[in-house]
Design a protein around this ligand. Structure first.
Ligand code: ATP
Length: 233
């Protein structure tokens, strides 16, 4: 579904991605882990048209995404839940959700899609007319995910959805992702929380200093493999 081949991204002299290749197949949950500054956000930005790639190929269902702007990319069926959630605090929950539908191919689908998201997140339904700034961190994360779902993505990419949330709330975020997976949503999940991600995802890639240094399934959870990769042994 998504394929990156030898992707390079540079910020001036910084080589943030050094020939990264990865794939996401339909229905899969793929994890992407790595330390701060490893290039995880850059990879999502490159896919979503927010960072310029200097070399390599990025294809979604066989269509090249290179050079496309995010608005076009959303129309191909990709959505991004950015790090830090980027909620509009003075707008209500419902208004925030509607913003996610600006790229909906068929605008007539908006009311039904809005209902579907509110049904999936009962908490958001209760808070539909509340300014988003009054929501807790966990509720805002649900809102950010709900907003991304408004465009009916075939592939949902999330950048550190558990960042800054209390452990119980992190559990809830993973529960929501588990529900989405059951409904067949394909997910590319960027996380700092390495062990949890390895256990949750079908496959996980480990990025270090802009390169994929390890990939695999649940067997990566053997602490040695992960620790070795993080410290570079
Ligand atoms: P984090 O977990 O902190 O978000 P990350 O794995 O997502 O880290 P990136 O944010 O992708 O890492 O950063 C990769 C490298 O690129 C780092 O060395 C970072 O300092 C650098 N970098 C990221 N964005 C920019 C930018 N806009 N300009 C210059 N350098 C950047």
């Amino acid at each position: 579904m998504l394929a990156l081949r030898d992707v390079e991204v540079r910020y001036g002299a910084v080589r943030a991605l050094r020939g990264v290749s990865l794939t996401v197949e339909p229905g899969e949950v793929v994890g992407l882990i790595g330390a701060n500054g490893a290039g995880k956000t850059t990879l999502l930005s490159a896919v979503f048209g927010l960072a310029r790639t200097h070399a390599g190929a990025i294809e979604f269902d066989g269509v090249s995404l290179r050079g496309l702007v995010p608005e076009r990319i959303v129309r191909h069926g990709l959505a991004l839940v950015p790090e830090g959630r980027h909620i509009f605090e003075t707008l209500t929950v419902r208004e925030n959700l509607r913003l996610g539908a600006t790229a909906l191919a068929d605008r007539r689908a908006l009311p039904a899609q809005l209902d579907a998201v509110l049904e999936r997140f009962p908490k958001l339904a209760q808070l539909a007319d509340t300014p988003a700034g009054r929501l807790s961190g966990g509720e805002q994360q649900q809102l950010a995910i709900g907003r991304a779902l408004l465009s009916q993505p075939r592939l949902l990419m999330l950048d550190e959805p558990s960042l800054g949330l209390a452990p119980l709330i992190v559990d809830r975020v993973f529960e929501v992702l588990g529900e989405l997976r059951q409904q067949g949503t394909t997910i590319l999940l960027v996380e700092q929380n390495a062990l949890r991600t390895v256990k949750f995802a079908d496959r996980t890639y480990l990025l270090r200093a802009g390169e994929i240094v390890l990939s695999g399934g649940a067997e990566l959870a053997s602490a040695d493999a992960l620790r070795a990769a993080y410290v570079g042994a």
